[in-house]
Design a protein around this ligand. Structure first.
Ligand code: CU
Length: 520
C-alpha cells in the first residue's frame, strides 16, 4: 500500500475540483498517515481516556425552559498538552462543552430553549462572523423555530425557540444550521443530543438510567497548536484522523455484564461509519431517527451516515469479565482513512454487580411508528437527484443560492398539508454519498435500489444514507405544520455549498423569518 499512501498535501492537491471526478474514487481507496499537523507524540492515544457522557439537563414537569449560551473556550480534548478552542453550548455560569449538554425532555411537555450567541464577532482563525441558527433535528418544529438557515442569530443576539415535543419519543440532536457555516459551527462543537422520553412510567422495558448512554461520534483534525484544523477538501468533505466519542478521542468505558443501550449519533461533518464489534457480536437496533422500531433488529454491522441516529442494545453478559470489546469502524466508500480511523471506542467488561432492572429480553413488538401505517398506493410521487453540477452540489440542479435570490419563495416540492407522498432520491455518482435530511417529517424507507431496506433502517427515519449509485424511495406524511421547510444533504460541507432547497408544505404557514433574534 506504500504507493497509495498520500500525505495531506497530496490529498489537497488531488481534491482540487476540476480533477475531482476522476481522482475522488482513487483517493477513497487510499489511506493517508495523518491529517493533523500535530507532532506524532501530541496526537491523542487510542483507548487511553475514560468515556464521558455530556451533562444531562432534565426538563419536563416542573421545569419548562433552559437558557443556553453559545460561547467560546479552550478545552482539553487531546489529553497530550495542547488545548483546543471550541464553540459550545452551556447554561449561564458554566464553561461550554463539546458536545453540549444532553437535554432530557418528556413527551407532550412543551419547552422553551433560549439560545444566546456570545461567540466572538469573528472566528479566531477562520475569520467568518459566527452567526448561528439552531435546529432541533428530529422535531416537527414550527417554521420560525426550525433553525432556518438564514434566520441568523448574530453575536450579541439571542432567540427563544419553542418546542411542543408532541411527537414519538426519540433521540434528537440540536445543532447549528447557520447558512454557509454549518460545517464550521458544528465542527467547532455546536452539537448535542436531546432525548424525548415517554411520559414518566411509560418507558418500554429497555435499558435505562446509567445503562443508557449517548455515543456522539465525530472525527477531527488538529493544528500544531491544538486548535481544530478545518480542511473541507474543496467542499468534498472534512476528514479527520482522530475519532471522538462525546468529544473524547477513542475513549474506554467499563461495562458490567448486562445490557446497555447506546444512542448513536454520527455528528461528523462528512465521515460515515460502519460500526462493528471486534468480537463480531450482535447489536440490537431498537430505534431509528424517529423512535422505536416495531421489530428490533439484530445486526453485526451498523452503517451510520451524518445526522443519523440509531439506538442499539449490546449485551455484555456474553463476554467474560476482563474482555475488551472494541467498537470498530469498517470503512465506508469515499472517506479518507487514517491509521486509527478504524477504531471508535473500547468496552472493558468488568465483574461488578449491577441493578438487574430493565435487563430482560427486548420487547418485540416494541414501537408502533406512524410511518409504518402509510399506504403508498396511488399517492403523489416526486423525484430528487443529488448531484455535482457546474462546480456546485445541487438538488435537481438547484442550490440554496436560488432560494435566497427568490427572497425565500422558491420551492422544490409543494405537498399538501398531511398529504402522503412517495419520494425517490437518486445519487448517480460513484464518487460520493449523501445522507439526505428532510425537515419536519418522519419517513419510512420503502426500498433501496429496488431491494428491501437494510434491517437496521426499518423504522421511522428523517435522514437516509444515499450511497454511491443508489436510489431509495421513502413514504412520508407531510405535516403537522404548513410552511417552508428545508431539505438538504447532511454532509455539512455539501449543505453549505449549496446542496439545500426548501419545500412548501400546505398553504401559507408561519414565515420562517418572522421571529428574529433580538439584541442581548
Ligand atoms: Cu452530500
Amino acid at each position: 500500500m506504500e504507493d497509495t499512501t498520500l500525505t495531506r498535501r497530496d490529498l489537497l492537491k488531488l481534491t482540487a475540483f476540476g480533477t475531482a471526478a476522476v481522482t475522488l474514487p482513487f483517493i477513497s481507496a487510499a489511506s493517508a498517515k495523518q491529517a493533523s499537523e500535530l507532532p506524532a507524540n501530541k496526537l491523542p492515544k487510542v483507548y487511553d481516556r475514560p468515556f464521558r457522557a455530556p451533562r444531562f439537563v432534565d426538563l419536563g414537569p416542573g421545569r419548562s425552559s433552559v437558557v443556553l449560551e453559545q460561547k467560546s473556550a479552550r478545552v482539553d480534548i487531546l489529553g497530550t498538552g495542547p488545548t483546543t478552542r471550541i464553540f459550545g453550548y452551556e447554561e449561564p455560569g458554566r464553561a461550554p462543552t463539546f458536545p453540549g449538554p444532553t437535554l432530557r425532555v418528556r413527551q407532550d411537555q412543551p419547552i422553551t430553549m433560549t439560545q444566546n450567541n456570545l461567540l466572538p464577532p469573528t472566528h479566531p482563525f477562520l475569520g467568518y462572523v459566527p452567526s448561528t441558527s439552531t435546529h432541533l433535528h428530529g422535531h416537527p418544529s414550527f417554521p420560525q423555530f426550525d433553525g432556518y438557515a438564514n434566520d441568523l442569530t448574530f453575536p450579541g443576539f439571542g432567540k427563544a425557540y419553542h418546542y411542543e415535543n408532541n411527537t414519538a419519543p426519540r433521540t434528537l440532536w440540536y445543532h447549528d444550521h447557520g447558512v454557509h457555516h454549518t460545517a464550521q459551527n458544528v465542527y467547532m462543537g455546536m452539537a448535542a443530543q436531546y432525548w424525548l422520553l415517554p411520559p414518566e412510567g411509560q418507558e418500554p422495558d429497555v435499558p435505562q438510567g446509567e445503562f443508557e448512554l449517548p455515543l456522539i461520534i465525530s472525527d477531527a483534525a488538529f493544528q500544531a497548536n491544538g486548535d481544530l484544523l478545518f480542511d473541507d477538501r474543496s467542499t468534498a468533505g472534512l476528514m479527520g484522523d482522530v475519532i471522538l466519542v462525546n468529544g473524547v478521542p477513542w475513549p474506554k468505558l467499563a461495562v458490567k455484564r448486562r445490557k446497555y443501550r447506546f444512542r448513536v449519533l454520527d455528528a461528523s461533518i462528512a465521515r460515515g461509519y460502519r460500526l462493528r464489534l471486534s468480537t463480531g457480536g450482535p447489536m440490537t437496533v431498537i430505534a431509528t431517527d424517529g423512535g422505536f422500531v416495531r421489530t428490533p433488529q439484530v445486526v453485526t454491522e451498523l452503517k451510520v451516515g451524518m445526522a443519523e441516529r440509531y439506538e442499539v442494545v449490546i449485551d455484555f453478559a456474553e463476554y467474560p469479565a476482563g474482555t475488551r470489546v472494541e467498537l470498530r469502524n469498517l470503512r465506508v466508500d469515499n472517506t479518507v482513512d487514517f491509521p486509527n480511523t478504524d477504531k471508535v471506542m473500547a468496552f472493558d467488561v468488568v465483574a461488578d454487580s449491577f441493578d438487574p432492572a430493565h435487563n430482560g429480553p427486548i420487547p418485540s413488538p416494541l414501537g408502533d411508528p406512524e410511518v409504518t401505517h402509510l399506504d403508498p398506493a396511488g399517492v403523489r410521487t416526486r423525484n430528487l437527484r443529488f448531484e455535482r453540477k457546474n462546480g456546485e452540489w445541487t438538488i435537481n440542479g438547484h442550490t440554496w443560492a436560488e432560494v435566497e435570490a427568490s427572497n425565500f419563495t422558491d420551492v422544490i416540492a409543494d405537498p399538501a398539508l398531511d398529504a402522503v407522498e412517495v419520494w425517490t432520491l437518486e445519487n448517480r455518482s460513484g464518487g460520493w454519498f449523501h445522507p439526505i435530511h428532510v425537515h419536519l417529517i418522519d419517513f419510512l424507507i420503502l426500498d433501496r435500489n429496488g431491494a428491501p431496506p437494510r434491517a437496521q433502517e426499518r423504522g421511522p427515519k428523517d435522514v437516509v444514507y444515499l450511497g454511491e449509485n443508489e436510489t431509495i424511495r421513502f413514504i412520508g406524511k407531510f405535516g403537522p405544520h404548513p410552511g417552508k421547510y428545508m431539505l438538504h444533504c447532511h454532509n455539512a460541507d455539501h449543505e453549505d455549498h449549496d446542496m439545500m432547497f426548501q419545500m412548501q408544505v400546505g398553504q401559507g404557514g408561519i414565515d420562517p423569518l418572522s421571529a428574529r433574534a433580538t439584541p442581548l
